[in-house]
Design a protein around this ligand. Structure first.
Ligand SMILES: Cc1cc2nc3c(=O)[nH]c(=O)nc-3n(C[C@H](O)[C@H](O)[C@H](O)COP(=O)(O)O)c2cc1C
Length: 389
């Protein structure tokens, strides 16, 4: 008999570039209003998510400042904050990270984003070709990690020069907040093997994820290290498989062919990311072949860069698919769904019980033991029934 798999570490996502109900449409879209993002973070904290990913990019609110804002309104939620080496010095980022870890009482996780658009990086003052960005990041995190772990760092590197750098206050977490990272090129895999604590992949079919997991494991083992693994996926979970597929269709029901063509053109011209190319190759811009592996739907990637796939189905179906990834070594899930507030509820209420995850985490007592049933009670609220009835 096999033992039950270990519970997944399940995070949600803060849509810091905006949110909506229909991809590729202004209809019922929501701006990245700080008050709305706060609602999502508070919901995620209550509903039992262990953390939230906050992305980085010119179209996003700044990740460290936003995490500091959201930390003030949440209790246990961790913040997987994107950090892009090259946009500031390692010493400056070490101060940001240490202070954020301190003000959040040890709730900082870091997601290293080396970047996949030469054009966007040029705007940030980074002009390195694809593979060299990883050599630069290697030097950057040497100084960054030394500062967070020991309070001082020094490097006269090819890319990073930091002379006798100091950090006044240590982070709460020792030796430092964990480092997450995603990237699919050979240079990225090599970088991950040498440095990161958790390797994240976008939601490719299990066989392709297995290849990357094996490659990162090999790169890590060559340095006497081991790495944890996580997957970044959207979720469309409904009470039945049919209802979930109908919701997937609904999500792209206002998406025009022109919008798809325009988005794919941008990916082709502005991205040199191998990971992004692997996402596009799943559907090649065609809306008639979107179930790229059982229950794995690539509709989101028709217009959204980055994470472009969703697991679609009933709670049982989706949990079974997640178990397939878990069998490959994935133990962290970074999830999202449109719109992010409502879908945070759905995923927690429908899927968490199937996964054996607690929800909600901060459950207070609601009765003296009587069963509570919603509807028909005082003011339409919960009815108290004798236990067992
Ligand atoms: C889980 C995950 C999250 C990512 N988050 C961001 C992000 O917030 N901003 C961004 O510009 N790129 C993001 N990326 C893209 C990668 O950081 C990387 O820049 C890109 O994939 C190029 O790497 P590659 O060519 O080695 O695949 C993310 C990738 C993954 C897998």
């Amino acid at each position: 008999m096999t033992s039950a798999p270990k519970p997944l570490d399940f995070l949600w996502f803060i849509p810091s570039s905006g949110d909506g109900r229909y991809l590729g449409s202004d209809d019922q879209s929501r701006p990245a209003d700080p008050a709305y993002l706060k609602e999502i973070a508070v919901a995620a904290d209550r509903l039992g998510y262990s953390g939230v990913l906050i992305p980085v990019g010119v179209a996003c609110e700044e990740s460290f400042v936003l995490a500091g804002h959201l930390a003030a309104y949440t209790e246990k939620l961790k913040f997987l904050v994107a950090i892009r080496p090259g946009t500031a010095s390692p010493a400056y980022y070490a101060r940001l990270a240490a202070t954020l870890d301190r003000v959040s009482n040890g709730r900082l996780l870091l997601n290293i984003v080396v970047g996949g658009s030469a054009q966007e990086l040029a705007g940030d003052g980074v002009f390195l070709p694809h593979d060299e960005r990883y050599d630069h990041a290697q030097e950057f995190f040497q100084v960054f990690n030394d500062l967070l772990e020991k309070g001082h760092g020094h490097l006269d590197g090819k890319y990073i020069k930091a002379h006798d750098a100091r950090l006044g206050f240590p982070p709460v977490q020792a030796p430092r907040p964990p480092l997450y990272f995603g990237g699919s090129s050979d240079a990225a895999i090599d970088f991950a093997g040498g440095l990161v604590d958790t390797y994240l992949t976008w939601g490719e079919p299990p066989a392709q994820v297995a290849e990357k997991v094996a490659a990162v494991r090999k790169a890590a083992a060559a340095r006497g290290r081991s790495v944890n693994f996580g997957i970044r996926l959207h979720f469309i979970v409904r009470e039945t498989d049919e209802a979930a597929w109908a919701a997937a269709d609904e999500l792209i029901s206002k998406l025009s062919d022109e919008a798809i063509e325009a988005a794919q053109d941008v990916f082709r011209k502005q991205s040199d990311s191998v990971g992004q190319a692997r996402m596009v190759a799943l559907h090649n811009g065609r809306r008639d072949r979107l179930e790229v592996s059982p229950n794995l739907w690539a509709g989101i990637g028709l217009v959204r860069s980055g994470a472009g796939t969703a697991l679609v189905g009933s709670p049982k179906t989706v949990a079974a698919r997640l178990r397939e990834y878990q069998a490959l070594g994935i133990d962290t899930v970074v999830a999202s769904g449109y719109p992010h507030l409502e879908e945070a509820y759905r995923v927690s209420e429908l899927l968490f019980p199937e996964l054996g995850l607690e929800s909600p985490r901060h459950q207070i007592r609601h009765s003296f033991g009587e069963r509570q049933v919603f509807g028909g009670g005082g003011h339409g609220g919960n009815v108290k029934l004798a236990s067992g009835s």
